[in-house]
Design a protein around this ligand. Structure first.
Ligand SMILES: Nc1nc2c(c(=O)[nH]1)N[C@H]1C(S)=C(S)[C@@H](COP(=O)(O)OP(=O)(O)OC[C@H]3O[C@@H](n4cnc5c(=O)[nH]c(N)nc54)[C@H](O)[C@@H]3O)O[C@H]1N2
Ligand SMILES: Nc1nc2c(c(=O)[nH]1)N[C@H]1C(S)=C(S)[C@@H](COP(=O)(O)OP(=O)(O)OC[C@H]3O[C@@H](n4cnc5c(=O)[nH]c(N)nc54)[C@H](O)[C@@H]3O)O[C@H]1N2
Ligand code: SF4
Ligand SMILES: [Mo]
Length: 720
């Protein structure tokens, strides 16, 4: 892909060859679009025969897929043809004291939504309405809400997922981390991972690049209490005691600095706060860190020395779901500092900054001052540059419970299973609000709390806005386009949002058709909808990722340099340098509950997908239990147990035990996204146990609002 892009002159790679969007052999066509089974957004080729999608493969044109998909991406047909799909708009009614949903016409359903939202905004002000969203089709609903001044918008993927990595990068480098994360993996010689279980976390391009790196001889180091798939590829698997990672990072810094194997010239020229950093790790000798982390001192020295030896073609990866404990921002700062110390910034095999495609935004029809500027979060280091994320999702849950938020719009978030502050708080919030509309494709748990349910068609049946949100080696802009028309009475989000603004009498907000809107945007860069439809993507030549000798970095931090110690954090009352503090230990007989992903599933997005779920290892989740611990509790491999947490909450459904030596004795592990309680999800219902249900304790990062939930502990209740 890269080479191909290089050979193309001009900003936008011209396409050539046959018109593959409609290559009509025997009633067949291939439609190039974008996956929605996770948030990586790979390019797909949907193969259509006689009006049905029969196969999905990786787009050979899209830089994030390069002809390949992860298992989930290939399984999209299972969502499209899911027999449980939401087929009509639904309105909740109470009759004879009983609540039920009745089918409604689109006109009636959007009429109710338009009226309720408008009246709420008029009566209580725009701050009384909030939207939770996940998924890329939300852009139309953001625009819709901005028309009535509503900008209280949260994406759980900030505070429950990658927010700490984002904000730690802002504080250290002056710019947020991106997707894909900026690591030159395929050219690296030494990659260190804390958690970050690629191979189970199937982020397509990352897995491809790590594989390429390994093929070229890179060494892998994995710090994980569990022997993950990536640990299976590692030169060093270091089963660190969970929740002690910051101590380990400080230990690595101690070795780099005390043995003077860090990049002195780089640190001197391009960083601030080195003295303060050294003071903070001076006492963190490998021996002291070993006692905290349960990793031998020699191994700590070895990793630090090897890391320095391979630098600058070496890095510590920042990970994706970084909200483990309440100090996630500091842990991620420690990772960025470890990178800075070896001078890998913008070096082959090190930390790099991918670029986005320079799409031109059309001038706004009118000004939305509130939409542009308001940030509602109370956390001092919450982002102030993201109109799609102006408050943490748990703050919305709290405001719904307190009555400050009276109406909720929920797009692609299965709130009862999404954690925020635990299932209990989520349900309390959903029950408390005066009005809630859920826009979803499936009867997920969240839809059962809605006053109105609006069935969006699946990503294979609709256009969305242009995808300009991903940065990569070859910057690109991609198109989501329908492979087949919407089934049942479901509708694309853009039409739903337009129907609602039309009800408000605001007829000019959206282009008359989504195609016209896309074509207009593409016209601003000299392209057209017709052009992008052919390959589903416009790709620029590869950008120059590496710095030149002596090049100034001109970073947008207050000092203009990489901030090893952060004055901003200090001024805000936080540690300027990351410092380890101990987390709670499991009570006797309890084990820390860790979580992760399965290669073929993405929690609520795929839970009911029979194509994927029918694979032997995806039918249910299992709880991984160390052999010794299983013996102690007299439980055997394959047995079903209930889990009970430290606050006495017992899992509603039993879960199968996997007895293994591949996890430390002080922790258990289960994949998130099982144990569904909605009987309308006829496949997912009652399969496995819900990770979310067992979370009753959260620690919120006081600086940027991430929710840590790994200080929950469970024990076993035998079935009998
Ligand atoms: N197939 C698939 N891929 C996915 C997803 C999916 O649902 N399915 N979801 C996507 C999303 S939304 C995200 S956010 C990412 C998440 O994926 P990652 O960012 O990789 O998630 P992590 O939580 O870093 O990784 C989980 C690993 O961390 C280990 N771990 C747990 N606690 C600790 C600890 O205290 N210290 C250390 N060192 N390790 C620990 C666990 O044992 C587990 O192996 O995956 C993405 N990719
Ligand atoms: N307990 C626990 N909680 C977690 C995590 C965990 O590991 N454990 N992980 C956290 C992480 S990393 C993340 S990123 C978040 C993710 O949290 P969410 O984004 O809330 O993910 P899901 O629960 O999968 O919700 C997806 C919802 O979107 C719907 N959906 C799917 N496709 C479409 C579509 O095209 N249009 C519309 N309108 N809806 C659609 C699905 O039916 C489902 O109801 O969860 C976080 N919460
Ligand atoms: S990583 Fe997999 S699920 Fe995610 S967008 Fe790519 S193909 Fe789809
Ligand atoms: Mo995530």
């Amino acid at each position: 892909m890269q080479d191909q892009a290089h050979s193309q002159p001009g900003a936008v790679q011209a396409f050539s060859g046959r018109n593959s969007a409609v290559s009509g052999e025997s009633g067949e066509k291939v439609v190039y679009s974008i996956c929605e089974h996770c948030f990586w957004r790979c390019g797909i080729a949907a193969h259509v025969r006689d009006g049905k999608v029969y196969k999905i493969t990786g787009s050979e044109h899209h830089p994030l897929s390069q002809g390949k998909l992860c298992p989930r991406g290939t399984g999209g047909i299972g969502q499209l043809y899911d027999p449980d799909r939401l087929a009509h708009p639904l309105i909740r009614e109470t009759r004879g004291g009983k609540q039920y949903y009745r089918k409604a016409t689109w006109d009636e359903a959007v009429g109710v939504v338009a009226e309720k939202l408008y009246k709420t905004s008029q009566t209580y002000g725009p701050g009384s309405i909030a939207m939770l969203h996940h998924g890329y089709g939300v852009s139309f609903f953001k625009k819709m809400l901005s028309e009535i001044g509503v900008n209280k918008i949260a994406k759980p993927s900030y505070d429950l997922c990658c927010g700490p990595a984002r904000q730690a990068a802002v504080l250290t480098y002056g710019y947020p981390s991106d997707t894909p994360e900026g690591f030159d993996m395929m050219n690296s010689k030494y990659m260190i991972f804390f958690g970050t279980h690629f191979g189970e976390n199937m982020h397509n391009t990352a897995v491809q690049e790590i594989s390429e790196g390994i093929r070229r001889g890179a060494k892998i180091v994995v710090f994980d209490p569990r022997f993950s798939t990536l640990a299976g590829k590692a030169d060093h698997w270091l089963p660190i005691k969970p929740a002690t990672d910051i101590a380990m990072m400080q230990g690595l810094m101690h070795v780099l600095i005390s043995e003077e194997i860090y990049d002195k010239a780089f640190v001197e020229a391009h960083t601030v706060g080195f003295g303060e950093l050294w003071e903070s790790v001076r006492e963190m000798t490998p021996e002291k860190v070993s006692a905290i982390t349960d990793i031998p001192a020699d191994a700590i020295r070895t990793v630090a020395r090897e890391y320095a030896f391979h630098a600058p073609a070496a890095f510590v990866h920042s990970g994706r779901r970084t909200n483990w404990y309440g100090d996630a921002l500091q842990r991620l700062r420690a990772i960025h500092i470890l990178n800075a110390l070896v001078g890998n910034f913008k070096m082959p095999g090190g930390v790099v900054a991918f670029e986005k495609f320079p799409l031109v935004q059309p001038p706004a029809a009118h000004e939305h001052p509130a939409y542009e500027k308001e940030v509602y979060s109370k956390y001092p280091f919450f982002p102030n540059d993201e109109p799609s994320n102006t408050i943490a999702s748990h703050e919305i849950v709290q405001q719904a419970i307190s009555g400050e938020v009276k109406a909720l719009v929920i797009y692609g978030v299965n709130l009862p299973e999404t954690m925020t502050l635990g299932r209990k708080a989520a349900i309390e919030a959903l029950e408390k609000v005066d009005f809630m509309v859920a826009i979803d494709v499936l009867p997920a748990e969240v839809t059962g709390y809605a006053d109105v349910v609006l069935p969006e068609c699946t990503y294979l049946e609709r256009y969305d806005d242009l995808d300009n949100g991903r940065a990569f080696r070859t910057p690109f802009v991609a198109l989501r386009q329908p492979a087949v028309p919407p089934m049942y009475e479901s509708k694309p989000g853009n039409q739903i949002a337009k129907m609602i603004t039309d009800k408000w009498g605001l007829h000019g907000v959206f282009a008359p058709t989504v195609e016209a809107g896309l074509n207009k945007k593409l016209g601003l860069i000299g392209s057209s909808l017709e052009e992008i439809k052919k390959k589903g993507v416009l790709v620029m030549p590869a950008t120059d990722l590496y710095r030149k000798p002596g090049e100034a970095l001109n970073l947008k931090t207050p000092s203009g340099k990489i901030e090893l110690a952060s004055e901003q954090l200090k001024t805000g009352g936080f540690d300027a340098v990351p410092t380890y503090t101990a987390h709670p230990e499991p009570p006797a007989g309890f084990y820390r509950m860790l979580t992760g992903r399965k290669p073929m599933l993405t929690f609520g997005r795929t839970a009911n997908n029979r194509f994927l779920g029918d694979l032997a290892t995806a039918k249910e989740n299992e709880v991984w239990v160390n052999e010794q611990i299983a013996g102690k509790h007299n439980i055997t491999n394959g047995e079903y147990v209930h889990l009970k947490n430290q606050d006495g909450v017992i899992s509603q459904f039993p879960v199968k035990v996997k007895v293994t030596q591949r996890i430390r004795p002080d922790a258990v592990y289960m994949v998130h996204g099982f144990g569904h309680t909605s009987a309308k999800l006829t496949w997912a219902y009652k399969r496995g146990a819900s990770h979310n249900q067992l979370i009753t304790r959260t620690e919120i990062d006081p600086a940027m609002g991430a929710v840590g939930f790994q200080n929950n502990f469970v024990t076993f209740i035998k079935e009998a």
